[in-house]
Structure formats: C-alpha cells, structure tokens
Unconditional design. Structure first.
Length: 324
C-alpha cells in the first residue's frame, strides 16, 4: 500500500485492539500535528536540473508541516457491530503505513471483524515526468492512484490477521526515457497496477504487551517491464500499554526484485529497504480524558544496486489529539 507519514498522523488514538466496545452513533478524533520531513531521492522535485550524471549525489529536501486531520466513525446495528469510517486504519499507523480510507466494518462474535474500504487519492503528489534527464530542466507531473482493500482481523479468534488489496498508479504526463529510443522509453513506463497481501499474528506477551510479526507480498505490474516487480516484506511490532502511556515500535525489512534489465543502466534492479517507526501517546493529558499528546517518528533507508534509486526518508511529528 502507499506510504504516507502525513496521512499517518490522522489519529494516533486509534491503536490496534482486538475487542469491540463501541457505542451507537458518531465518534472520532481530530489531530493537530506539526512535523519535520527530510528526504534524499532523485525523485524530489525541488531542483529542476540534475547535474553531472544520473548517479551523482542528491541534496536532502526538507520541509516543516502543520496539519489538521482526523477520523470520523459511525456505529450502528445490533450491539453497534457495524461501522462506517472515514480516515486512517486503526492498526496501520504503528506499521508506518497508512492512507485515507472510506469503508465499512462488521464485527463478529469472536471479537474479529471484516472490513472493505476504498483508498482514494485526495491530494496528488508530484514527480518528474522524465526523471532521467541530466543538465537540462525537468518538468513535474502529478502521480496518483486508488486502492481497494479487504481485511479479516483476528481470524476466528486466533490473532491471525489478513490484509489484501488492489491498487493502481497513474502518471499524468509519463515521459520516462524521452531522451532515448522508443524501445528504451517503453521499458520505463511507470503506470500500472498491483496486488498487495499481508499476514500478521498478534501475540499476547504479558499484561498490556503484544508482539506482532508479519509477512507481506506485493506484486506490481507496470506498463514498462523494467518497472514491474515483486516485493517480500517482513515486520515485527512491539505494542505496550501502561496506564496513560502507549508505545509501539516497528522494524521493517523489504526485498524487491524487478522483472527485467533496466534499459538505461544495463542491470536488473534489486532493492532492499530497512525501516523503523516509533509511536508514543500520552492519554488523559492534564486530566482531560478526551485529550492526548502524540509523538511519531519514521525512518526508511532504501538501498538499490542501481544507485539512482537510493532513497532515505525521515519524518517526525508532535501534536495533540481531541477524541469525541
């Protein structure tokens, strides 16, 4: 699924729980966060001209953000066991993976639930129309896509969780490889679709403590064969609750193998990525039950055999959440 630390901070009060204690009617959160982001990538769009060569060093792109976001839920049905939701998935944030969702959830008697949702693109991101130009001005274009998701959490009360999705990627003005031959450019087309699947297991490890290992597979089919890939990922999350405190730590490793030789670099791309996410929440801030303070830090380091695709990202944010 798409990674977005900006969207991830929608609701730090919505941490994973296998129980259901909702009441009928509306509930939700409103979060105000301020954050700092730093990214080193050849796909940063601050500098329109890349000098020297495609493998030359890139400068970090940095920015400060102030973001008001939130989540809204409506529970109905017998024992409030049905839910309509708009916002961010309750469990995703502690994995460092989140996106805006609109969906429906049905709670079962074994304290598990089924959910279907759509993850639409609300704000398009910018990328280079042709990222492979050197010593000349590059044009930006919009990148977007939608995703469709099915979840079965706590399968028949076992703690196993299944997450399956289908997603698309759209580039408004795709010009990759425009400075090369038509056959080269055709191999580099980024638009396409993907299938995502993840299996995780929530394990009780003592009072207020849970461990969640997970494995995922992501198969992406692009219009250009050199951009098609298969990803395997492995994660481990530690969740700890104690009085007013909540802490979640996640470590993540992925290996991505691409289908064919890259038509510019002459090698088949092979990526490895290490990531870490830390989430802390202090509830009942200043004695107010509906107020919480939040801290979020995420870091990822992608290392590719094609240096052009190396990427490092850091995001940190602090703020307040009002629950209603």
């Amino acid at each position: 699924m798409r990674k977005s630390p900006v969207i991830a901070i929608v609701s730090l009060s919505m941490m994973a729980s296998q129980s259901h204690a909702a009441q009928k009617g509306f509930s939700g959160e409103l979060s105000i966060m301020t954050g700092f982001t730093s990214s080193e990538s050849n796909f940063n769009t601050d500098n329109p001209i890349k000098t020297d060569s495609l493998t030359s060093d890139v400068d970090a792109e940095q920015d400060w953000l102030v973001i008001p976001l939130g989540q809204l839920r409506y529970n109905f049905g017998s024992n409030a066991n049905q839910e309509l939701f708009l916002g961010t998935s309750r469990a995703d944030i502690i994995q460092g993976v989140a996106a805006l969702e609109v969906g429906y959830k049905y709670w079962l008697r074994d304290r598990s639930f089924l959910a279907v949702s759509v993850l639409p693109t609300i704000m398009k991101s910018e990328t280079w129309a042709d990222p492979f130009l050197v010593n000349e001005s590059r044009q930006t274009t919009d990148e977007s896509g939608n995703a469709y998701r099915f979840q079965y959490e706590n399968i028949v009360g076992t703690g196993l969780n299944a997450d399956i999705g289908y997603y698309t990627k759209d580039i408004d003005n795709e010009l990759s490889g425009s400075g090369y031959s038509e056959s080269v450019a055709n191999q580099l087309q980024r638009e396409g679709y993907g299938l995502y699947s993840k299996l995780s297991w929530t394990i009780y490890a003592g009072p207020g403590t849970f461990i969640q290992p997970g494995v995922r597979r992501n198969a992406y089919s692009a219009e250009g064969d050199a951009q098609s890939s298969t990803l395997w990922g492995y994660s481990l999350t530690l969740i700890r609750r104690s009085n007013q405190h909540f802490l979640a730590l996640t470590a993540d490793y992925t290996q991505t193998d691409f289908d064919t030789v890259h038509s510019i670099f002459g090698e088949t791309r092979d990526d490895t990525q290490l990531g870490a996410t830390a989430v802390y929440q202090y509830n009942n801030l200043m004695g107010y039950q509906n107020l919480a303070a939040n801290v979020l830090i995420t870091y990822s380091d992608l290392d590719s055999n094609l240096v052009f695709y190396d990427k490092k990202t850091l995001f940190s944010a602090v703020g307040l959440t009002l629950k209603f």
